[in-house]
Design a protein around this ligand. Structure first.
Ligand SMILES: NC(=O)c1ccc[n+]([C@@H]2O[C@H](COP(=O)([O-])OP(=O)(O)OC[C@H]3O[C@@H](n4cnc5c(N)ncnc54)[C@H](OP(=O)(O)O)[C@@H]3O)[C@@H](O)[C@H]2O)c1
Length: 381
């Protein structure tokens, strides 16, 4: 998220932020909301102002036209079309420029955008609700509801902040979810429109999704994408497209994606090891997550929420394709060896190889806090 605050004579006269892709940048938003003249003011920005015509005109032009005298920017924009040029344009026009104030915090805040610019892939957030003993469902597969209403309302708000929500076909077959952001305003009781309408995405190699699934039945109202394998039946593709779904074939996960190599390194005696036939291990590997993230990047998606289940979450972890984890921890003890945890897949064979979550000082998001009757953990991975 990029923000801008305009200050003149020690008073805040305008605040703005970049609300959506393609929309006005934070500087423009702040100038539009400014009380009084911005002439002579200082602009504090979390990202270097842009200096080129993209979806909107250059912010440097707007700042100069408004008579801004000083710009304090937290970080340089890594976009090759800017990369320091925005600051040089301002300096050349006589604006005093300071760079690097709260740089670490701003880098954490802008991490999804920075990843998108560097890798052309969205920021991947893994999300699940678990009991205190680490179960995301009972041994019968029941998972409604592990977290309480406060946590579920929070989870709905999170859905309204992302470009896409991804689930595996296992979750669709078991839970028949709607995957929309249903946020109820507390006072009037009306449903508020979320800031973003997330595209709902299902990973379904053979298109097993039933036509009566809620996701399919509502596909004409809410964007619904289904990724399938190269040999998914064409008749099922046609049927889903007629229902309003957007179906894309992607390759199956290959050894190069790391799964079979990791199986060898991490779990030499697992029944999922490559000693099984190639086709069997490929079938278990599912679709290529890397190819899917590339597709989402092409569609300009900046952040995606992976909502499970365990097989899909585990695959993202195994492939080291996750950037962030959001966990709702409920004060419940479910128990049972057959009750699933959040991360299937191969996992680490040794504790020394486990993902260690490190809280960086600039990342205010890396925190465990009370939420409802339970806790909410949000951290980078
Ligand atoms: N507590 C929570 O937060 C939460 C959230 C969601 C789900 N759940 C629970 O989780 C359970 C379902 O979990 P699940 O593990 O069976 O299903 P899942 O992870 O939702 O779906 C797994 C399926 O997705 C397909 N897939 C395609 N590409 C994949 C890839 N690269 N990696 C992994 N899977 C891929 C595979 O089926 P194909 O081979 O047919 O494509 C795979 O069997 C349910 O009991 C549900 O209630 C709990």
């Amino acid at each position: 998220m990029v923000g801008c605050v305009l200050v003149r004579n020690g008073r805040t006269i305008g605040e703005g932020w970049h609300r959506r892709f393609g929309g006005p940048h934070a500087e423009i938003d702040a100038l539009r909301r400014c009380h009084g003249s911005p002439r002579g003011a200082t602009a504090y920005v979390t990202l270097e102002p842009c200096c080129y015509y993209g979806k909107t005109p250059p912010c440097t032009d707007a700042l100069l036209a408004a008579g801004i005298r000083r710009v304090v920017a937290a970080v340089r924009d890594p976009n090759p079309r800017v990369a320091g040029r925005g600051l040089r344009v301002l300096r050349a026009a006589g604006v005093a420029v300071t760079l690097g104030v709260c740089a670490e915090q701003a880098a954490a805040l802008n991490a999804p955008f920075f990843k998108f610019i560097r890798r052309h892939r969205p920021w991947v957030i893994l999300k699940w609700a678990q009991s205190l003993d680490g179960k995301i469902a009972t041994h019968t597969g029941d998972s409604k509801w592990i977290s309480d209403e406060v946590c579920r309302a929070h989870a709905h708000r999170q859905r309204g902040l992302v470009d896409a929500i991804i689930v595996g076909i296992g979750t669709v077959l078991k839970d028949d979810p709607l995957l929309t952001s249903r946020v109820r305003a507390t006072r009037s009781g009306t449903i508020r429109r979320p800031p973003r309408i997330a595209t709902r995405i299902v990973l379904d190699s053979d298109l097993r999704i039933p036509p009566r699934a809620q996701l399919v039945r509502t596909a004409k109202q809410v964007p619904t994408w289904i990724f399938c394998g190269p040999s998914a039946p064409a008749a099922r593709v046609r049927r889903l497209e007629a229902a309003g779904c957007h179906v894309t074939r992607v390759p199956l996960a290959q050894p190069a994606d790391g799964q079979q190599r990791r199986a060898r390194l991490w779990q030499p005696f697992t029944p999922f090891s490559p000693s099984h036939s190639d086709s069997a291990s490929r079938r278990r590997a599912g679709l290529s997550l890397a190819a899917i993230l590339d597709e989402l990047g092409k569609a300009q998606m900046l952040n995606v929420l992976v909502e499970g289940g365990g097989r899909l979450l585990g695959a993202f972890m195994d492939e080291r394709l996750a950037d962030e984890v959001q966990v709702y921890i409920a004060p419940l003890l479910i128990g049972g060896a057959g009750a699933p945890g959040p991360l299937h897949g191969h996992g680490a064979a040794r504790v020394a190889r486990a993902h260690r979550l490190v809280e960086t000082s600039g990342d205010r998001a890396a925190a465990l806090r009370r939420l409802g009757a339970g806790w909410f953990l949000r951290t980078r991975v």
